[in-house]
Each structure stands twice: as structure tokens, then as C-alpha cells.
Design a protein around this ligand. Structure first.
Ligand code: NAI
Length: 339
């Protein structure tokens, strides 16, 4: 069986999951090299999983290792530069969201992808690969709810993860780019249109630290899309019950809801508190299958020479919309978006 020699950069919360999937769960991928700026992480991975090569410098991995593909799961500010480097070296690239944190670097990544048309580039908007979102998309396309009118997306991290959210907040690009970007991509995917205008509000309701880097701990935005459809987003960091991902698409003849109650499983607990369901606690738990499916798709695209549905332009559009929402939140005014 053909195995694609793969490297990964970034071995943190998400990189670990991608590395494990590439090493053990995707038959056509072979994890040959790992890279992180933290030497202990690299050593630990190599030892525990018998990965042949380890690097603390990304450029060195790309130059020295005989790779065919790379997975980028480093902090968002590094993505575009690392994409360009890998493409220039002839590799296929899978990159985590967001594509970039500035429009200039996104455009540069677009040019790099365009300059290497025979290589696969895929962006990790993994919700498109979650079975429930895929089913909802199929229902929509079959006409189950008529024409879509409104997309509503909530992405709220658990309060239990607040320390990390505050620590990485200043370099994350802000709530809209870091959290709501998934919903922004889904809104474009479900509504089949681009956002035209946005008005965003929010604040620091539990954690004043977010204000020091011009962000809020909970923010929301209302958008109008070019086909007159609407979208409403909530992104936050303070869900007491867990990882709250909830999506709704209202149509002319019905409504689709995904995770209306963001439960971890089908179990109901009846006890002295009443009747309750437990909630997924983090993104790895909620989207385990989606992370696996997206890498599987990446491998299949390489093998078949097919372009993935989620591409570099989806990354740029999502960044443009997220940045417009951020500007609206900071300047407290309606922002028009170039379509
Ligand atoms: P993290 O902070 O947990 O891990 C970052 C990793 O990158 C660490 O191993 C760190 O040592 C390494 N690193 C940092 N700078 C580097 C450099 N210059 N060269 C090589 N390695 C470097 O971050 P996390 O949460 O894993 O996020 C990584 C990326 O994944 C971010 O872009 C984030 O937006 C995205 N992400 C996507 C999620 C999704 O659901 N699709 C969920 C969480 C994160």
C-alpha cells in the first residue's frame, strides 16, 4: 500500500491529535518527522511513538527530511510562512485554521498555492467533515428546509480552559478569528454566499484580561450576506458546562439544528438535580471523528490527485470576515465587507 511520508509541525493540543491520527489511524499516511520548538515535546513523541525524525526547526525539517506532505498545527501566526516554505519544497500541505491572521499573508499563501497547482493544499475547517454537519448539508441540498434564511452559530469554550485562552489570547487573532472562524466558514458553506456587512458587540463579563488585548471574553456578530441571508454568531470562553457548539439553519420551510443541546452522548441522568445530559468538554472530544475524516480526505486527495473542497480561498474569505467582525467590535460601528 502506498504510504505518504508525512511530517508535522506543532505538537500542542491539536497537533498531538493530528500526529496520532497520521501515525496510527490513516493507513495511507506514515508519520516520518515531528517538529516543535520545544525539544522535550519532540523527544517525547519520537520515543513514545518511534517516529524516525525529530526537529526543533521547521525549515530544517522541510530541507532535510524526505517528506511528501506536511501537517501544520503551529500557532496561527506561523501558518502562511510555513505553507509557502513547504509548497516551495514540493510538498502537499494540510494547514490548521485560520489560514492567516492578516489579509496580506493570506494573499501570499494564495499565490503560493496557485504557483504549485499539482500539489494538494487543504485547510482544516474540520466541521465540514463532522458526520452531523455533513448530514445537515445533504438535507439542505435536498431541499428539506427550503431556501436558507438565517445561520446561527455558537462556539463557546469551557470556562475550565480559561487560563490557556488568556495566555494565548494576545497572539490568537481575537475571538472572531480564533473561535468564530469555524462558524464563519460554515455560514458560507450553508448559505452559499459571501458576507456583505457585519455589526459586532461584546465585552469582558468574567475576565477583564481580554480587554488588555482589545478582545472580549464573549462577543457576538450579526451579518448580512450578499444573497440577503443573515447570520448570527456568538463566540465565548466562559461556558460553565463544557464545550458548547450549537448551530442552526432556518429555512423558508423548516429548520436544521446541529447540537441544539451540545450533549456528549445519548445518556440522560436522572438524579437529585433533575434530568440532565452531560456536555462534551473540549474540541478533541466533540470533533474526534471530524479530525480523522479531514486527514483521511487529505490523503485521498493526494493519492487521487483531486483538489479538496475546502481550499485556500475559503481560508482567505473566512479571515476577511473575521477581521471585519473584529473591527466592528473594536470600533463599535457597522463594517462593510468587500465581496
Ligand atoms: P498549542 O499552543 O497547544 O501548540 C502549538 C505547538 O506549536 C506547540 O507544540 C509549540 O511548541 C509549537 N510551535 C510554536 N511555535 C513554533 C514554531 N515557530 N515552529 C515549530 N513549532 C512551533 O496550540 P494549539 O491549540 O494546538 O493550536 C495550534 C493551531 O491549531 C492554531 O492555529 C489553532 O488556531 C488551531 N486549532 C484548531 C482547532 C480546530 O478545531 N480545528 C482547535 C485548536 C487549535
Amino acid at each position: 500500500m502506498k504510504k505518504i511520508r508525512t511530517g508535522i509541525v506543532g505538537l500542542g493540543r491539536l497537533g498531538r491529535q493530528h500526529a496520532e491520527n497520521a501515525a496510527f489511524r490513516i493507513p495511507h499516511l506514515e508519520l516520518q518527522a515531528v517538529c516543535s520548538v520545544v525539544p522535550e515535546e519532540v523527544e517525547d513523541f519520537q520515543k513514545t511513538w518511534q517516529i524516525p525524525e525529530g526537529y526543533v526547526d521547521y525549515d530544517e525539517m522541510i530541507e532535510k527530511s524526505d517528506l511528501e506532505a506536511v501537517l501544520i498545527a503551529s500557532p496561527s501566526g506561523y501558518h502562511c510562512r510555513q505553507i509557502e516554505k513547504a509548497l516551495a519544497a514540493g510538498l502537499h500541505v494540510f494547514c490548521e485554521k485560520p489560514l492567516g491572521i492578516s489579509l496580506d499573508e493570506c494573499r501570499q499563501a494564495e499565490r503560493a498555492v496557485e504557483a504549485h497547482p499539482d500539489q494538494i493544499f487543504m485547510l482544516g475547517f474540520m466541521r465540514r467533515f463532522d458526520p452531523s454537519y455533513q448530514y445537515a448539508k445533504k438535507k439542505l441540498e435536498e431541499g428539506a428546509i427550503g431556501k436558507p434564511i438565517l445561520f446561527r452559530g455558537y462556539s463557546i469554550d469551557p470556562e475550565s480552559a480559561i487560563e490557556g485562552a488568556i495566555r494565548f489570547g494576545p497572539t490568537s487573532g481575537g475571538q472572531f478569528l480564533d473561535m468564530a472562524v469555524h462558524d464563519i466558514d460554515l455560514a458560507r458553506w450553508f448559505l452559499q454566499a459571501e458576507a456583505r456587512s457585519v455589526y459586532a458587540v461584546g465585552g469582558c463579563y468574567l475576565h477583564p484580561e481580554f480587554a488588555s488585548f482589545n478582545d472580549g471574553d464573549n462577543v457576538s456578530a450579526l451579518m448580512q450576506f450578499e444573497n440577503d441571508t443573515m447570520a448570527f454568531f456568538v463566540a465565548g470562553r466562559t461556558a460553565p458546562h463544557g464545550y458548547h457548539i450549537e448551530t442552526e439553519i432556518i429555512g423558508t420551510h423548516g429548520t436544521l439544528r446541529i447540537g441544539g443541546t451540545p450533549r456528549a452522548n445519548q445518556v440522560e441522568i436522572l438524579d437529585r438535580h433533575g434530568v440532565r445530559q452531560e456536555c462534551a468538554q473540549n474540541f478533541l472530544e466533540r470533533f474526534e471523528e471530524a479530525y480523522l475524516n479531514e486527514l483521511q480526505t487529505f490523503a485521498q486527495c493526494i493519492l487521487k490527485g483531486e483538489k479538496p473542497d475546502v481550499n485556500v480561498y475559503d481560508g482567505t474569505r473566512a479571515t476577511i470576515i473575521a477581521k471585519a467582525a473584529t473591527r466592528s467590535f473594536r470600533d463599535k460601528e457597522l463594517v462593510w465587507i468587500d465581496v
